[in-house]
Design a protein around this ligand. Structure first.
Ligand code: DX5
Ligand code: ZN
Length: 216
């Protein structure tokens, strides 16, 4: 079944608990952590994740767009994240980090920026619970979906099948009613949507509509 993870990057940061409530019934809430170094934007950190985890029953899918995830990712598990995604471009020891996240009881996930190929990381896939293929350059919501990422999604799905793995394949960036079907057809099964959900009149209805489209 397709999972839709609303990204609170497009929500009102002064009303996060209500914004989480507005998409009640979503599988996960996607939380974009940016440090102004790995990406040219700054969002939120451990204290806000901790508060949000207390304020909502929806599990948190934390996407760390930060330098030195080896050092910081475990703190997000402690803060209450159910899934922690680090960028492979920033990780010094991705296998060790994925194992640490899992050992602490969260799902371990690894993200690839648009220019990062998947092939060099094939052997890492068994260490992961989810792989995130970025479909925009990380840093900002509301950007246009990069169609040229579709072959990479397909390739990722093939590699997951080749190794007989269960891991989820997430796409993030520009996912909307007009792009989600292409992502699903290419093999994605977890869809992050920020502006397409929080920019809609009724965010919960937008989630339901995206799910229907993804499930074809
Ligand atoms: C971008 C973030 C995304 C962002 C997506 O760097 O990782 O999660 O919120 O926003 P939309 O869905 O508007 O492209
Ligand atoms: Zn994200």
């Amino acid at each position: 079944m397709a999972q839709i993870n609303p990204s609170i990057l497009s929500a009102d940061f002064a009303r996060l608990a209500q914004e989480a409530e507005a998409v009640r019934g979503s599988d996960w809430l996607h939380v974009d952590v940016m440090d102004n170094h790995f990406v040219p934007n700054l969002t939120l950190g451990v204290p806000i994740v901790e508060s949000l985890a207390r304020a909502t029953d929806t599990p948190l899918d934390c996407h760390l767009m930060i330098e030195d995830p080896d050092r910081w990712a475990p703190q997000y598990v402690e803060a209450g994240a159910g899934s922690v995604t680090f960028h492979v471009e920033a990780a010094a020891a991705p296998v060790r980090l994925a194992r640490e996240i899992r050992a602490m009881g969260a799902r371990a996930s690894m993200a690839l920026k648009p220019a990062t190929p998947i092939e060099p990381y094939e052997d890492l896939l068994p260490e992961l619970d989810m792989l995130l293929i970025m479909t925009v350059e990380p840093g900002f919501g509301g950007q246009a979906f990069l169609d040229i990422m579709l072959p990479k999604i397909r390739r990722a799905r093939q590699l997951i099948a080749k190794h007989g793995l269960e891991l989820w394949l997430q796409v993030d960036g520009g996912v909307s009613a007009s792009t989600i079907e292409r992502c699903a057809e290419a093999g994605a099964d977890v869809f992050v949507a920020g502006s397409a959900v929080y920019g809609a009149e009724d965010p919960a209805e937008a989630v339901a509509k995206l799910r229907t489209l993804a499930e074809g």
